[in-house]
Design a binder for this molecule. Structure first.
Ligand SMILES: NC(=O)C1=CN([C@@H]2O[C@H](COP(=O)(O)OP(=O)(O)OC[C@H]3O[C@@H](n4cnc5c(N)ncnc54)[C@H](OP(=O)(O)O)[C@@H]3O)[C@@H](O)[C@H]2O)[C@@H](O)CC1
Ligand SMILES: Nc1ncnc2c1ncn2[C@@H]1O[C@H](COP(=O)(O)OP(=O)(O)O)[C@@H](O)[C@H]1O
Length: 285
């Protein structure tokens, strides 16, 4: 099996300057679903990351009956809805890329929303993260017939739930696990954890060499999911968007640590601004 490292010099699409005559429609609309009661933070982390990494518009859908708040005062650019509203016809066709699962919960309502999303969204990118993966594993959902391009982003325990094995088995052969997940779910796979793996449907393997233990804290995976969706909706090819997001996420952690804001006590909320700085520096300097 040939594996390659994720290297920024191969990710040229990420580093293109923006045209001067351009508008928000050129950078895509992303819909992010999750944030059940008590997990709203997870959804906001993903959504804030998506806008800071350059998405044109970010719509947020809470897996709750009503929106728990109507504005994110830290990021008022975000448009907050319920997941049910986001999945109505008017919106669904305007959204090019979806991220589903961050803090979504696994109750009856969340299962219903995930099923609705999978069945109603067609020919788009869908990033499936966190509880979306747990629901898929628990209910043995079959994604083989999906018309969408699926990207699954499990951490090792989620991967173990999906493959019905132990975390130890996943960790003892991570590349093989990524390949099996890709086959089982007819998807791209990002197997997270130290040395994150990106596996394409053709089983091309890329391995992350950056990042640090500052990323081992709650919510950093939500940020990664938002970043992946954001790059995809900006029309960066999937071959570059997935390793690109993983690279930027790791580089952001390194930047924060180099400035004494980690690895100890680094927070997920700090990653998007660091990633934004790095992308702009690479594009414009
Ligand atoms: N602010 C919010 O609202 C936040 C909400 N969040 C939301 O919470 C929901 C539950 O997600 P979750 O990931 O916390 O729980 P879960 O799936 O049981 O996995 C945890 C266990 O997995 C394992 N494990 C993980 N990584 C591993 C590794 N590299 N290598 C090896 N093992 C590894 C490890 O297991 P252990 O070793 O302890 O047995 C760990 O204890 C989800 O929807 C998420 O979006 C969070 O995003 C946080 C911020
Ligand atoms: N020691 C580490 N080195 C590099 N990256 C790490 C390390 N620990 C965690 N990460 C990264 O941090 C993120 C954690 O995601 P996840 O486990 O889904 O967290 P959460 O559910 O809390 O958001 C993943 O991208 C993972 O690869």
């Amino acid at each position: 099996m040939i594996t390659n490292d994720i290297e920024i010099r191969n990710l040229t699409e990420l580093l293109k300057k923006r045209n001067l005559n351009t508008h928000k429609g050129d950078y895509g609309t992303i819909g992010i679903i999750g944030g059940s009661n008590g997990m709203e933070g997870s959804l906001l982390l993903a959504a804030r990351a998506a806008i800071k990494i350059g998405a044109g518009k970010v719509l947020v859908g809470f897996t709750q009956n009503t929106t728990p708040f109507n504005i994110d005062f830290m990021q008022p650019e975000l448009m907050l809805r319920t997941a049910y509203n986001l999945l109505k016809v008017d919106d669904i066709t305007r959204i090019h890329t979806w991220v589903i699962g961050c803090g979504m919960g696994k109750n009856h309502q969340s299962i219903n929303i995930l099923n609705k999303a999978i069945n109603k969204i067609n020919n788009q990118f869908i990033v499936l993260d966190a509880d979306a993966l747990n629901i898929i594993a628990q209910n043995n959902l079959n994604l083989q017939e999906s018309t969408n391009t699926l990207i699954i982003t499990p951490h090792p325990k989620e991967a173990a739930r999906l493959l019905k094995c132990t975390t130890l088995e996943i960790q003892s052969n991570r590349i093989q696990a990524a390949i099996e997940l890709t086959k089982k779910y007819n998807s791209w796979t990002i197997l997270k954890g130290y040395r994150t793996i990106v596996c394409s449907p053709e089983n091309k393997i890329l391995v992350s060499k950056n990042g640090n233990p500052g990323l081992a804290s709650a919510g950093t995976g939500d940020v990664l999911a938002g970043m992946i969706g954001s790059l995809l909706t900006q029309s960066i090819s999937i071959e570059q968007a997935l390793p690109g997001a993983v690279w930027l996420h790791g580089a952001a952690a390194e930047y924060l640590a180099n400035n004494n804001n980690g690895p100890i006590g680094m927070t997920a909320s700090e990653l998007p601004e660091a990633a934004r700085k790095i992308r702009n520096q690479l594009c414009y300097n």
